[in-house]
Design a protein around this ligand. Structure first.
Ligand SMILES: [Zn+2]
Length: 70
């Protein structure tokens, strides 16, 4: 006798919009819920990297220590 066991569907949250999706063929862009979210995430990462590279908070720390030193 053959028993078919249903696979539990893994559900994940879209990293971009936090929409809960299922890890199935229905969502080819998983873990994103859609192509749009996938692209949004890439853009977000690119912006984040630019912000870190040109961060002014590090400059602030350095200039502050310069002032307190003199
Ligand atoms: Zn999404």
């Amino acid at each position: 006798m053959k028993q078919e066991i249903e696979k539990p569907t893994l559900s994940v949250d879209c990293p971009s919009c936090k929409t809960s999706i299922q890890w199935t063929e229905k969502f080819p862009e998983r873990p994103f819920c859609s192509v749009r979210c996938k692209n949004n995430d890439f853009i977000g990462w690119a912006n984040e990297e630019q912000r870190i590279a040109g961060s002014s908070s590090y400059d602030d720390i350095f200039s502050e220590s310069e002032f307190s030193d003199s």
